[in-house]
Design a protein around this ligand. Structure first.
Ligand SMILES: Cc1ncc(COP(=O)(O)O)c(C=O)c1O
Length: 274
C-alpha cells in the first residue's frame, strides 16, 4: 500500500510518517478497531454514507465509543485533498481511545489487468460467524486471518481465496463478496451466513435488474459456484472482478461481470454529477 496522505482527528493532515496511535490503543493491542475501505473516484469517496453507517455499526458491536461521522467525513475530505490523487483508496479507522484516521493510498495498477485476465480462486475453510461473539458483519481491524488466507492463495499460485464453512457452504472472500450466474439469475451468499454486507454487494443488487438479472441470496454449496456459467467477486477497491478458475478448474467468462462493472462505474459517475 503506497500511503499518500493521512489526516488525524484533532490534528488534521499530518506527515504519513508521523506516529498517530497511542501505544495502549486496543486497535493495536487486540485488533479491536473498526475500519472501512472506500474507493475514491475523481476525488469523491463512493457511497461514503453507507460506509460510515457500516463503520458505526461495527464500532457499536465491538464496544467502541460512538463514531463521530462528521469528523471522519472532514478527515476524509482533508486527506483526499492532501493526496492530490483523484482515483485512490480511502481508509477510515476508528479506535477505542478514540482515534479517528483517514488514510489515502494509491490504487494499485494491477486491478485492470486482473479484470482482463480474470481471477483464479482457491477455496479455504473459514469460520461461519453464526454467533454474536464471532462478530457477523463487523469490519474490525482483526484481519490477520483474512490476510493469511490471501497469502495462502498466492502460495498455491492463485490470486485470491473464497471461504467455505465446515459444511462446504460458500461464504465470502477475505476482502470480497462472491457471485455467480446461472441463466439470468445471479447468486450470492446470504448475509445471514455472517458474512460482511458489502457496500458493493448492495450496489450490485441494486444494479442487477437494470442489467436484466434477478438476484438470489442463500446458502449454497461450493459445487454451485464451481458449476456456474460465470462468476465474479465484488468489493469497493477491486469493484466487479471476474473469476476464471476455482480450485484449478475453469469457470467460463460471461457477460454479467462486464455489464455490472460498467454499471458500477456509471453509478460512480452519476454521483459525481450530483
Ligand atoms: C470480508 C469482506 N467481505 C466483503 C468485502 C466487500 O465489501 P465492500 O463491497 O463494502 O468493499 C470486504 C471488503 O473489504 C471484506 O473485507
Amino acid at each position: 500500500m503506497s500511503l499518500l496522505a493521512v489526516a488525524v482527528g484533532g490534528r488534521g493532515v499530518v506527515d504519513p510518517a508521523e506516529p498517530v496511535l497511542r501505544a495502549d490503543d486496543e486497535a493495536l493491542l487486540r485488533g479491536r478497531g473498526a475500519f472501512e475501505t472506500i474507493r475514491v473516484y475523481a476525488g469523491v469517496p463512493f457511497r461514503l454514507a453507507e460506509h460510515l453507517e457500516r463503520l458505526a455499526g461495527s464500532a457499536e458491536r465491538i464496544g467502541l465509543p460512538t463514531v463521530n461521522r462528521l469528523e471522519l467525513e472532514e478527515l476524509a475530505r482533508q486527506a483526499i485533498e492532501a493526496a492530490g490523487e483523484l482515483d485512490a483508496v480511502l481508509r477510515l479507522i476508528w479506535t477505542p481511545t478514540p482515534t479517528s484516521l483517514a488514510l489515502v493510498s494509491a490504487l494499485g495498477d494491477h486491478y485492470d489487468g486482473l479484470r482482463e485476465r480474470g481471477q483464479r480462486l482457491i477455496s479455504l475453510r473459514g469460520v461461519r460467524a453464526d454467533e454474536p461473539w464471532l462478530l457477523p458483519g463487523v469490519k474490525s481491524t482483526s484481519y490477520a486471518v483474512n490476510m493469511a488466507a490471501e497469502a495462502e492463495a498466492r502460495r498455491r499460485g492463485a490470486d485470491d481465496a473464497v471461504f467455505v464453512d465446515a459444511d462446504g457452504i460458500v461464504l465470502e472472500g477475505p476482502t470480497t463478496n462472491v457471485w455467480w450466474r446461472r441463466g439470468s439469475t445471479l447468486h450470492t451468499p446470504s448475509v445471514e451466513l455472517g458474512i460482511l454486507a458489502g457496500v458493493t454487494r448492495a450496489e450490485v443488487i441494486a444494479l442487477a435488474a437494470g442489467c436484466g438479472y434477478e438476484v438470489a441470496e442463500g446458502a449454497y454449496p461450493l459445487e454451485e459456484l464451481a458449476g456456474a456459467e460465470e462468476a465474479f467477486t465484488s468489493s469497493s477497491v477491486r469493484e466487479v472482478m471476474p473469476v476464471v478458475e476455482l480450485d484449478g478448474a475453469s469457470i467460463g467468462r460471461g457477460p454479467a461481470a462486464d455489464e455490472l462493472q460498467a454499471a458500477l462505474r456509471q453509478a460512480a459517475l452519476a454521483t459525481l454529477q450530483q
